[in-house]
Write a protein that binds this ligand. Sequence first.
Ligand code: HEC
Length: 142
Amino acid sequence: MLSRYIMVVACSAALVTASAVAEDRRAPIEVDPAQQEMILEEMRDYVVALQKITSGLANLDFDPVAEAAASMGRGRMTGERRQMAMALPEHFRMMGMSVHDDFDAIARDAEALGDESHTLEQLSAALAKCAGCHSAFRLELK
Ligand code: HEC
């Protein structure tokens, strides 16, 4: 009897978990395939840059930190990338641009200060924006 009770409780817990996972409250951002590819490529480039930045910090070698951070700054938003970004909803674009600005600041300060705990603090603030945007939005093909 007790084991049956435990099974019922366990199953309802599993159901609750499953429905919590299935429910997606993120707001859709409508994109065409080219915009989607540009955005996801940028995201993957962020991860590559983060790896270089953290490895540079571990070695207290600030040149690769600055270089990798600058590669994700506003400078990359030119030409076609800029045009595609301009077509995205403003609130989403502004959030994205503020992370590019953060990476520019990380690059500048890494070069000027060479202070790992300062860089880590900046990185942590930028990563909070990554997480914030991910919990708020998802892409949806038009
Ligand atoms: C302005 C919003 C925004 C910001 C800021 C942002 N992302 Fe994303 N990211 C997204 C969206 C939207 C997706 C697609 C999620 C979906 O559709 O399920 C995504 C997807 C990803 C993916 C999956 C890529 C793939 O190929 O599937 C990675 C990795 C990622 N982001 C990393 C990051 C990192 C690291 C940062 C910060 C340095 C970051 N993102 C900042 C919105 C953002």
